[in-house]
Design a protein around this ligand. Structure first.
Ligand SMILES: C[S@@+](CC[C@H](N)C(=O)[O-])C[C@H]1O[C@@H](n2cnc3c(N)ncnc32)[C@H](O)[C@@H]1O
Length: 236
């Protein structure tokens, strides 16, 4: 198999390009920037409670998990579930060139890379080396879902309405994703989610979905639906 290609991103952090999916793990905007602004900041702005559970779809290089640990609300306990098919990739992360911001959690990174598991008094991370489609059906309720699979074009099974129905069964307070594709928003809307987008100027919009009222710019999906003649046409 072609090796992973190491790619620099605009904020100075490195990401990889996956030769099988032919996609990068992060956008060119930056691995840290994308993770923080599209996932971690919106999630913790909305969920600030003593015990927080996160489903991180999927682990990849672990930026969502690691930046959640580093930016979690003060005094909160985190439990993170993250499926990942590529065990070899996770094992290799011990040698990945993470940004200096991750230096303080180097021990956590090393342990997850070696064992796929980490636990201390306030953080527990379980990386499950199995298919996310089946793994999500085994989980209890979660508060936050980071929907960060490769794109719907190349990783379709993690974007279908049936998949989102299983996610919805976990009763999340918030789902964050980089995708703004109409079919994805339509699936979430159909399941009763209100759609929002983040307010940050310097990064491309993503989608925030919730059944709660959140303090973000709401997407007027009713109006958008009227403009779209074929809702199954991918817009990104
Ligand atoms: C875009 S990357 C995730 C990026 C990650 N959040 C990060 O911060 O690095 C998508 C990941 O999904 C994994 N993957 C693809 N299909 C999967 C599946 N059905 N179940 C579990 N993992 C899967 C890939 O191996 C890849 O590591």
């Amino acid at each position: 198999m072609t090796p992973f290609i190491k790619i620099p991103t605009k904020d100075g952090s490195w990401t990889l390009k996956n030769p099988h999916f032919n996609e990068c793990y992060h956008s060119s905007e930056g691995a840290i920037t994308e993770t923080l602004y599209k996932h971690v900041y919106p999630a913790f702005k909305s969920v600030n409670q003593p015990n927080i559970t996160i489903l991180d779809i999927c682990f990849g290089l672990g930026f969502n998990t690691f930046l959640s640990i580093l930016n979690r609300p003060k005094n909160s306990n985190l439990k993170i579930y993250s499926p990942e098919l590529d065990e070899k990739l996770v094992k290799s992360l011990i040698n990945f060139e993470y940004p200096k911001e991750f230096d303080s959690i180097k021990d956590i990174i090393n342990e997850i890379s070696k064992k796929g598991y980490y636990k201390d008094s306030s953080v527990e991370v379980e990386v499950a080396f199995e298919d996310a489609r089946t793994y999500i059906t085994t989980l209890p309720q979660v508060d936050i879902v980071y929907q960060d699979a490769f794109s719907p074009k190349v990783n379709t099974s993690l974007w279908t309405i049936e998949y989102f129905r299983d996610i919805d069964n976990l009763n999340p307070q918030i789902i964050t994703t980089y995708s703004v594709a109409t079919p994805i928003r339509y699936a979430l809307y159909t399941l009763g989610y209100t759609l929002y987008t983040h307010e940050y100027e310097h990064i491309r919009k993503g989608t925030i979905a919730s059944k709660h009222s959140l303090n973000f710019e709401q997407v007027d999906f009713e109006q958008k639906l009227q403009r779209v003649t074929n809702p199954f046409y991918y817009t990104d």
